[in-house]
Design a protein around this ligand. Structure first.
Ligand code: NAD
Ligand code: GLY
Length: 369
């Protein structure tokens, strides 16, 4: 299947097919220059998939740049390392670099390519569910700074995206579930029917059913492509909806020190539950809708109650973390809230005091299971 991201001169295809990584020549062939392809990846993904990629590209010399796995790689040191290596390899503006890995490799490689010789092309080959349904599409690239996550970056669209759902077979179950949060997000933003599909098929996605995973990925890519085509730079309150769960979630990620205690997708799931409970609390959506969101996320194995996470934090600290958000503007923060299940909207008039009181109640509620 091919999903098009309709961005005029910067339009690109997303190729989705089980087994595609080992048969990548039709997609990647046009990006090979002088029989060579530069591939940025991490050591875990390299050990699993570099040979498979190479086997499908006979006669092509793969030049790998192999980085350590993990969020810490999205930093200045590894950005410099990648850029210097690309320059040493003589990568030119018209060349394309392949990013093979999860969101860390995709974000870092995309940013390196956005600044290399004022911008060269790159191809996303995402290998985590999170990257396949979200980060590989849309052109947000970044590294982290001392002041926070993703604070240094650029919008730089890939030239193509190649997705092979079969690679999810080796992804640790916790990482697969974290990526599933971003799948559910598409239902909660504007597609109640897809949320119902998730309720019926989420267990199959998490159990490794390739057909269910492929459907979820294709649906997510179509949804994201539509959003990005309508609001590439997040200026019209359309792309901002993709931040559902992120403002609440980010505060808990920060409280966990952006560590393995709470993966990004786990924080997004918690944040989506909180955004719906807060919406119900303010009379915006029904308590039944919020309970349905809670039920599916909990059934999928997510922790939806911050009181039982055991993080050493409090509501004031969480609000402090929210204030560092790059979307803070004029002393207020946009929250993505819900009118009803599958109908999210950007609320710009939410008093942070009300959020703080809500979070204080949530954190005090240790009676929850
Ligand atoms: P990740 O890239 O760190 O990958 C998670 C782990 O899985 C790594 O250890 C990696 O080596 C391993 N791995 C990857 N593919 C594998 C496979 N097929 N089999 C076995 N192991 C595999 O994490 P992620 O969750 O993919 O991405 C998180 C990053 O994405 C964060 O930095 C976040 O900020 C970013 N992000 C960006 C966007 C965007 O729009 N650009 C959107 C969401 C998240
Ligand atoms: N992941 C949010 C966005 O791409 O806008």
């Amino acid at each position: 299947m091919i999903v098009q991201v309709a961005l005029g001169a910067r339009a690109y295809p997303i190729h989705i097919q089980a087994g595609l990584l080992g048969n990548a020549a039709p997609v990647l062939g046009p990006f090979v220059r002088g029989n060579r392809l530069v591939v940025v990846t991490d050591s875990q993904v390299a050990a699993l998939y570099l040979d498979r990629l190479s086997a499908g590209l006979s006669g092509v010399l793969i030049e790998p740049i192999i980085l350590p796995p993990g969020e810490a790689t999205k930093d200045w040191v590894h950005l410099q390392l990648v850029v210097e290596r690309l320059l040493t390899l003589g990568v030119e503006r018209s060349d394309a670099v392949v990013a093979l890995g999860g969101g860390v490799i995709g974000d870092l490689t995309g940013f390196a390519c956005s600044i290399l010789r004022r911008g060269c092309r790159f191809v996303q080959v995402p290998t985590t569910l999170l990257a396949q349904v979200d980060s590989s599409v849309g052109g947000k690239t970044a590294i982290n700074a001392a002041a926070g996550k993703n604070l240094v970056g650029a919008f730089h669209q890939p030239a193509a995206v190649l997705i092979d759902p079969q690679v999810l077979a080796t992804l640790p179950a916790r990482e697969l579930r974290a990526g599933y949060a971003e799948v559910v997000k598409y239902g909660l933003i504007n597609d109640a029917d897809f949320f119902a599909w998730c309720e019926a098929n989420g267990a199959a996605v998490l159990a490794g059913d390739t057909a269910a995973q492929t459907y979820a990925i294709a649906h997510g890519c179509k949804a994201k492509a539509a959003v990005v085509a309508a609001d590439e730079r997040e200026t019209d309150d359309i792309r901002a909806l993709l931040n559902l769960g992120h403002t609440f979630g980010h505060a808990f990620e920060a409280a966990a020190g952006f560590s393995d205690r709470l993966l990004h997708g786990e924080a997004v799931a918690l944040g989506m539950a909180l955004a719906h409970r807060f919406s119900a609390h303010r009379g915006l959506c029904s308590a039944e809708d919020a309970a349905r969101v809670d039920a599916h996320l909990a059934a999928s194995g997510f922790e939806i109650h911050p009181a039982v996470l055991g993080l050493a934090t409090n509501a004031a600290d969480l609000i402090h973390h929210m204030r560092q958000d790059k979307k803070m503007s004029g002393g207020t923060l946009p929250f993505i809230l819900s009118r009803r299940l599958g109908e999210s909207f950007v609320a710009r008039d939410v008093p942070l005091g009300a959020v703080e009181a809500f979070l204080a109640d949530e954190l005090a509620d240790v009676k929850r299971p």
